[in-house]
Design a protein around this ligand. Sequence first.
Ligand SMILES: [Ca+2]
Ligand SMILES: [Ca+2]
Ligand SMILES: [Ca+2]
Length: 326
Amino acid sequence: MRATTNAPKMLTAARPARAKRFGARAARPFLTLAACAALLAAGGLLPAGAAGAAHARAGARRSPSPGLFPQPLNLLPAYSLRNYPVGLSPRSIASGLFNGNSNGADLATANISGGNVSVLLNNGGGTFGGARNLAAGQYPEQLVVADFAGFGRRDIAVTNSGSNTVSVHLCRGDGTFQPARHYAVGNVPRGITAGDFNRDGRLDLVVTNRGAAQGLAVLLGNGDGTFQPARLTYEYISSDFVVAAHLNGDGKLDLVRSDVGGVIAQLGNGDGTFAAPAYFGANYQVAGIAVGDVNNDGRQDAVTANITSGYGNVLLGNGDGTFRPR
Ligand SMILES: [Ca+2]
Ligand SMILES: [Ca+2]
Ligand SMILES: [Ca+2]
């Protein structure tokens, strides 16, 4: 995913600081919440509407402290928002074209208490039809949308932290999906990303496991919508989120993972395995990450949302798999 917004103009670097590895907890330059929302939307982690609203609000009201709002940001009056019922306790959201019309992007949510994925088809004009729920595993957490079967359709893969599986829902191209196929992936899977990590032209999956044996599950794709059994690694890193990105220009797809207080970069070896994790500190408790080139230097950068501190952070990529604060 790429950040394609004008987000860099919204960045408000406050205190330049040198990158520290391993446990940096000092105050960092931060983003406005609006900028975070815009960047997370660009990364598919927030609806674009929320980001636009946050941006508009940011333009109307400035904080006395650069980048920091003195009170929680109220995006829009609740009465002006249209509500779309989905399954119980939606946890994450993604967009994709699930049917053949040109109405625009459709939506899918992972519903942690409902045990399902809700699909909302775009009516055109920015409204959506009623949710159709797809049975997933127990406690669906995060989802990724990609063409796993090679039919040019947008399929859905979702982590199920209760059943320790990934559910893969193959799209029929008309907005409906085949019954899910489930893959065991390790203990308490949460984050998920897709990419061709072994360079065979078939999309693969990488999952972060948060359970007792914290690590990665790599599922190599067969190109027909099925996957090989997961290969597990154990780095004992608490990653709730993972994003595939090219960090060092070697053509081998890499990973950016969240950690409690920062991000983890792992360079891909091009065969579905990854080099040792490298840690780069941010503010405490990273609750979301997005990756994109926020300063237009051709190198992928990382943006974090930090739930405990209330800040977001920008970590600029050096083009070699390392990051520096901005
Ligand atoms: Ca592959
Ligand atoms: Ca690489
Ligand atoms: Ca950059």
